[in-house]
Ligand binder design. Sequence first.
Ligand SMILES: Nc1nc2c(ncn2[C@@H]2O[C@H](COP(=O)(O)OP(=O)(O)OP(=O)(O)O)[C@@H](O)[C@H]2O)c(=O)[nH]1
Ligand SMILES: [Mg+2]
Length: 320
Amino acid sequence: MIKKCGYVALLGRPNAGKSTFLNAFLGAKLAVVSNKPQTTRNKILGVSTEGNSQALLLDTPGIHKSQGLPKMNQVMNKVAWSVLSDADLVCYLIDVTQGWSEDDALWLEGILKKFDKKLLVLATKTDKVKIEEVEHGRLNIVNRFQNLFEGIKASSEIKCQLIGEVPQLISSKRPEEISSLRQFILSQMPEGEWLFGEDDLTDRPQRFVCAEIIREQIFRQLGQELPYKIAVVIDIFEHKNNVTNISATIIVDRDSQKGIVIGKRGSRLKSIGTDARISLERHLEKKVFLELFVKVKPGWTENLNMLSEYADLQDPNDAN
Ligand SMILES: Nc1nc2c(ncn2[C@@H]2O[C@H](COP(=O)(O)OP(=O)(O)OP(=O)(O)O)[C@@H](O)[C@H]2O)c(=O)[nH]1
Ligand SMILES: [Mg+2]
């Protein structure tokens, strides 16, 4: 039997629905999701295998204009772009309820000009609004994409191969739509030996996924600004007598943030801990004992060493 295997990069603006799409595609919760933009910080690989095909999906941080952004966001942008060179297929996601934006034009122009593989443009979250609004969003994307495409074609070469309709409408909340798109994407993979086992879900260790599950609760329970300056480091991760003991440190940037995370008489930290434990137990299918600590590391989001140590975030250009 001829085997197929390839990388699929998920790209799009912050909050476009990339991580939700990844989880739906895998039928498992691997990437964290929140209604705040820039939830995903790192490249996350999800493995999906069926029949003779294996697709290796790379979820990325939402890309945004990098000028003037703090170090952490600059590195996040580079991580997102670096996956392009590995990918056999790019899924570019646009939230249909938000429609096309100048950022989409910028990123798609880069992909059309430089990426000599397959491109699939998806309009996501179609379940969220009425049919008329979906159609309005779709037409907006069709027109703007067409303009961009013709504009580039007039002056330079289109490198990538468009597959499927532009855009293909999709909702990550409708399993039947995800399932047929999954079949299509698997069929588009190039011939090659599988790089992962049939039952593998990711290349990330269990403790990375657990740190992300804790970070997800922090994202969900804190206000708009703070979560971006927070990292979670797992200090202890051990299975004993059918219980998983996890001890983790929440890293914050300033003393004042420590107070906010802990809350009045520890109430916020307690609530983060309770919800994170429930989520961890669901993920690990085991009883979990969770301890959380908070530590201040001033300026960690601006320091490459600390970004690597606390958020496992490395500048891809520096990697050897
Ligand atoms: N109704 C509906 N909501 C969706 C869908 N896809 C994503 N969402 C919601 O949109 C929000 C953002 O989703 P994420 O998956 O975190 O988006 P993302 O593109 O990974 O965002 P970043 O990691 O910040 O770049 C969350 O509140 C999701 O629940 C969808 O198909 N339908
Ligand atoms: Mg994400």
